[in-house]
Design a binder for this molecule. Structure first.
Ligand code: PEP
Length: 255
């Protein structure tokens, strides 16, 4: 099984950006990836804020543009004011949900065990879980990157994970929104270590599980980052807000 047999995914994480008026950017992406001439072997997803998941789900209409959520509760329903369940996201048209993004780990105290339970909830609802892991600047400076990433992977990914229901996103925290990226060698080392750990734990599913890189992916560095071994796509924050930039990143896989 070669890495090139894994179908890549480019997913945009809009974070807490986007009103209805901003959906024109998502529609531009939808139309571009649905056009007859678009033959790139890549899945394309936008994860808007929860308020826009249903409307984008309807506009995407089950076509080539996939829609994802940014977080979910572990329960299917209940007395959890302000939360959204994986089942609700699925009902709204999502096919995936990001869990364990470093901003949620930092802002909401989410720990690996919470992330694992959210990923399991996503799978229960029939969604793919995009499980985020990555080291802080301090951990990197202390040469702890591989230890941190292996520990997060072990504890944030549920036992039932398969290549179909789980996607790993390696996002060095210090690279998110900073314009900084690791060197290609560093990305290759970390993604290679993730692949080894996934294969050890999940066998053939681990070999086929997608591993996205995230952290300051831009149109001008996407091609290099996406060509690294065991990089099976990207999780894109800031550059996913403008359709032209996002489509240029998608274009790293040809059009
Ligand atoms: C992210 O938050 O998932 C992300 C990768 O952000 P950015 O691309 O803006 O660094």
């Amino acid at each position: 099984m070669s890495d090139s047999d894994v179908r890549p995914l480019v997913a945009g994480n809009w974070k807490m950006h986007g009103l209805k008026a901003g959906l024109d950017q998502a529609l531009k992406v939808r139309d571009a990836v649905s056009a007859a001439g678009f033959a790139a072997p890549v899945d394309v997803m936008i994860c808007p804020p929860a308020t826009l998941v249903m409307v984008l789900g309807e506009l995407a209409g089950g076509g080539r543009l996939l829609v994802g959520g940014q977080d979910c509760h572990t329960a299917a329903q209940g007395a959890h004011t302000g939360d959204v369940s994986a089942e609700m996201l699925k009902d709204a048209g999502a096919t995936a949900v990001i869990v364990g993004h470093s901003e949620r780990r930092a802002d909401h105290g989410e720990m690996d065990r919470h992330v694992r339970d959210k990923a399991a909830a996503a799978n229960r609802a029939g969604l793919s879980a995009i499980v985020c892991i990555g080291e802080t600047a301090g951990q990197r400076a202390a040469d702890l990157t591989l230890d941190v990433v292996r520990r997060q992977l072990e504890n944030s990914v549920p036992d039932g994970a398969t290549a179909a229901n789980t996607i790993i996103a390696y996002e060095p925290v210090w690279a998110i929104g900073t314009g900084l990226t690791p060197t290609a060698d560093d990305v290759e080392t970390v993604h290679g270590a993730i692949r080894v750990a996934l294969v050890q734990r999940f066998g053939e599913d681990g070999a086929r599980m997608r591993i996205l890189y995230g952290g300051s992916v831009k149109p001008d560095n996407a091609r290099e980052l996406m060509s690294i071994d065991n990089v099976n796509g990207a999780l894109v924050g800031g550059a996913s807000l403008k359709a032209d930039d996002f489509l240029r990143i998608v274009g790293a896989y040809g059009t």
